[in-house]
Design a protein around this ligand. Sequence first.
Ligand code: GLN
Length: 486
Amino acid sequence: MELYNLTIHQLNEKLVKREITSSELTEIFLKRIEGVDGKIKAYLTITPEDALMQARDADKRLVSARDITLLTGIPISVKDIFCTKGIRTTCASKILNNFIPPYDAAVIKKLKDAGAIILGKNNMDEFAMGSSTENSAFFVTRNPWDTERVPGGSSGGSAASVAAGECAASIGTDTGGSIRQPASCCGIVGLKPTYGRVSRYGMIAFASSLDQAGPMTKDVMDCAIMLNIMAGYDPMDSTSIDTPVPDYTKALTGNIKGLRIGIPKEYFVEGLDDNVEKAVMGAVEVLKKQGASIVDISLPHTDYAIAVYYLVATAEASSNLARYDGVKYGCRAKDSKNLMDMYCKTRDEGFGAEVKRRIMLGTYSLSAGYYDAYYKKASQVRTLIKRDFEEAFKICDVIVTPTSPTPAFKIGEKTADPLTMYLSDIFTISCNLAGIPGISIPCGFTNDNLPIGLQILGRPLDEETVLRTAYAYEQAADWHKKRARL
Ligand code: GLN
């Protein structure tokens, strides 16, 4: 296989054996980006000089064999929602077109300290609002499996860059599915950790009670390797959980004998694509053969998840996005008559249609007289959704579902109707509302050769069982070895 198609652990072996240097590897990925990114458009910003400088440092570390991790010298990409010191960070919005952060996000710092090489910043839906990357203010990213189709979203650039061999791995963020759904659309692995497991410091906020960063990788082992580095307590994030980080790679035993897998009846209903249903049920059979038992479960409040999410997320977004006023960050409109005019013009010119829609919805649901009816009610139903999972996890250890009701859709297919777009998150949103961990891994292909994703949800802070299940399936099924032809 081409070097750019290898996984982190495969590349690490080559780096440690000195079969290749990090500088050479970085050049290979930069060349790959040059070759295919014109077609895929996964990157908003490419940083070759910085990457090569980091690679030279990594090579020194590798030669001395001191202070190295499994990520030392490995070229990765990062979603443009993470602040990167000295490097433009736009969140795919015109309002942050010229924003150069003075500091690194906590996860960026951890990855850099581990010796990872950052190749550039990935395209995404503006402020992570969307499911197709079509809401980027700059351009659309294409799915490497079929360039007429979307890569999913909002971390679509990250997912596409991994699937197209434009990096060894990437990181994204997930507020309602934005790591798992694009991972599913692009045939890669994507994990949303437990809320609080990974620091949100320096990650541009969309909906603070739901946002969580996580790895997007070519296989489950890489996912565990990345999470080992990314996870951990951070006093700079008040919602960060202060518990030790286990070695997640140790969970990948391949043994799931006696594991109880819950199948929620509410997730296998009308609207689910036939190909997807077949692939997911096939995966359940594989898990059964490996010694897991199947438990039928119910998550009775599933029907309310989308409504609750679009109240909670928009309310939080309207408050988080109030900071973009042309004064503190980013762009400022020219030729305004007075301060109020400047605020209005800046926000009118700087935000795209979807972001404006969310700000308006959120401001409305938080306003006096409506707060109790909308935001408060939604928060109460959110608790019921969380309780559904608590009940379910009394009789099962993980829950298995499709990641998305359909494979990647055509570019432009859903842009006219925001509601149909919102519906593509139907299986991923509850996990964020409950704060639990969830992974998407490849579980097959449609007749048109489009990847299908399997979602595995776990108990809070039990990423280990989620990864163990994912790994056992992956080893038996082998879908992760398929690469998109470009
Ligand atoms: N697609 C969902 C939305 O538009 C989720 C986005 C996300 O997880 N960031 O809000």
